[in-house]
Design a protein around this ligand. Structure first.
Ligand code: CP
Ligand code: NVA
Length: 302
């Protein structure tokens, strides 16, 4: 039985296998084919934070695989009245086949996982967003082939998505150049583990120079709303513009996990421009996560 709390829970071969399978699922979906490979399997989804893509892709995904999803908000479950995470995990393990959780603290996810006897999927924590990286890598591979040896420029906050990018750089052997304002860099432990792949840059221009993929995300993540004004000042020079894209490789792609703020972390003419692949990136959440659920359900039954 396996969990997916981090990209680092997979081997490189497993990760590559899942995104390849995700591409197959995408082709089938576009051809109008959905196979009920896991009839009557159920996925419980616990969301402490808001979501559009993660919720819809998991809910639609398990449905297309023949199963169904349950949306659980802390407000209307006993979690909101203080029932321990571990007790909730033990109960859900008796009733469903998979759990996806979006939490604030990564420790809450680990705590839940420690008591779960069914596979647990990280649907985003303050520390990591590994499902996003499955979709991002599926998208890159579909457009450009293997990312091994390529260079990814990350501009902006060293947040959960950035941390998962670093883990993926290590796993799939690509380089990352990260430009963040002082004090807003990635997690130090993750940076340490990925140090062979990562270069910290002094400016967005240094990071994007010749890069194959340019990525950014919001300046204030969920849970950081009260810091938004302070961050707007700190990140003023970290907006991805056309001028940055012109410094990147000619065939560079642009990605953003969404939701985005046009005119803040990225200009509209970049995110809505020719090099942007954000809609495929978002759409691939569905296909990559179907492949992930298939992998975890197969592991659990073998
Ligand atoms: N990218 C992403 O995870 O989006 P949601 O917050 O809408 O799920
Ligand atoms: N870094 C963002 C990602 C949202 C999908 C956040 O945590 O809010």
């Amino acid at each position: 039985m396996r969990h997916f709390l981090s990209v680092s829970d997979l081997s490189a071969d497993e990760f590559r296998g899942i995104i390849q399978r995700g591409s197959e699922f995408r082709k089938q979906f576009e051809a109008g084919i959905t196979e009920a490979l896991f009839p009557r399997k159920s996925l419980a989804m616990i969301f402490e934070k808001s979501s559009t893509r993660t919720r819809v892709s998991f809910e639609a995904g398990i449905g297309q695989l023949g199963g169904h999803a349950l949306y659980l908000s802390p407000n209307d479950t006993q979690l909101g009245r203080g029932e321990p995470l571990e007790d909730t995990a033990r109960v859900l393990s008796q009733m469903v086949n998979l759990v996806m959780i979006r939490t604030f603290s990564h420790e809450s996810l680990q705590q839940f996982c420690s008591a779960s006897s069914i596979p647990v999927i990280n649907g985003l924590t303050d520390l990591l967003h590994p499902c996003q990286l499955l979709a991002d890598m599926q998208t890159y591979f579909d457009y450009r082939g293997d990312i091994k040896g390529k260079t990814v420029a990350w501009i902006g906050d060293g947040n959960n998505v950035c941390n998962s990018f670093i883990n993926t750089a290590k796993l799939l052997d690509f380089k990352m150049r990260i430009a963040s304002p002082a004090g807003y860099g990635p997690n130090k432990g993750i940076l340490e583990q990925g140090r062979s792949q990562v270069e910290l840059c002094n400016s967005p221009n240094d990071a994007v120079d010749g890069a194959d993929l340019v990525v950014t995300d919001v300046w204030a993540s969920m849970g950081q709303e009260t810091e938004a004004n302070k961050r707007t000042v700190a990140f003023a020079d970290y907006k991805v513009t056309k001028a940055h894209m012109a410094l990147a490789a000619k065939d560079a792609l642009f990605m953003h996990c969404l939701p985005a703020h046009r005119g803040e972390e990225v200009d509209a003419d970049v995110i809505d421009g020719d090099q942007s692949v954000i809609w495929d990136e978002a759409g691939n959440r569905l296909h990559a996560q179907k492949a992930l659920m298939e992998f975890l359900l197969n592991q659990a039954s073998s």
